[in-house]
Design a protein around this ligand. Structure first.
Ligand SMILES: [Zn+2]
Length: 196
């Protein structure tokens, strides 16, 4: 049976979705939105289901976050009016399969979760890289070891951390759970400075 994982992750007002479809080959998709988590999770699910149908899969095991799985099982009502059309779409897509099994999966076991984090990382680091070019070398000072001050913020290259607000806000619980780091403009600036 083919397997579909879907997930979402959020940081600093952005939410990303991701899905992974496994059926011999490994297919994946991801994206970033301004929507809330429930809407974003349905978006990921529906894209994955559509792809599975395009690929002519008729038996599918679906793994996702508890709330969505409970809603699809009919155990929990869909309270959000905006989520309702996406829920209905998911139900319609699911009804086309010959056999579907729905399962709740934890973040740690959800194969789409790291992919959702990758989307956030790519989005925020793209902004960080652009902004890092605005910080001149004279704003960087070496403290000791791998510690620097960049534009008044303390950067530790060893720990890949920074004391700025952007760093603490983008490295949300989700990002930490995935064992990843989203770098701010100060980290990129210092990385470029030491590589010169
Ligand atoms: Zn920073």
């Amino acid at each position: 049976m083919a397997e579909l994982y879907f997930s979402s992750a959020s940081a600093l007002g952005k939410t990303s979705y991701a899905y992974v479809l496994i059926d011999g080959e490994y297919m994946r998709g991801r994206g970033i939105t301004n929507e809330n988590r429930i809407i974003t999770e349905y978006q990921g699910l529906n894209k994955g289901l559509s792809l599975a149908l395009d690929k002519d899969m008729r038996k599918l095991m679906v793994f996702g976050p508890r709330l969505i799985i409970d809603q699809l099982r009919g155990n929990v009502p869909v309270r959000s009016h905006r989520a309702l059309p996406l829920y209905n779409e998911a139900r319609a897509l699911l009804s086309i399969f010959r056999k579907v099994e729905l399962s709740v999966v934890s973040h740690a076991m959800n194969k789409a979760f790291p992919l959702a984090i990758e989307s956030l990382k790519e989005f925020f680091e793209g902004k960080s890289i652009a902004k890092s070019r605005e910080i001149p070398d004279r704003r960087i000072e070496w403290i000791k070891g791998l510690k620097f001050v960049a534009d008044q913020h303390i950067v530790d290259l060893g720990r890949e951390s920074c004391s700025c607000k952007f760093f603490s806000e983008t490295n949300s619980l989700d990002v930490k759970r995935a064992g990843m780091v989203i770098r701010c403009r100060h980290i990129f600036t210092v990385e470029r400075f030491v590589s010169k």
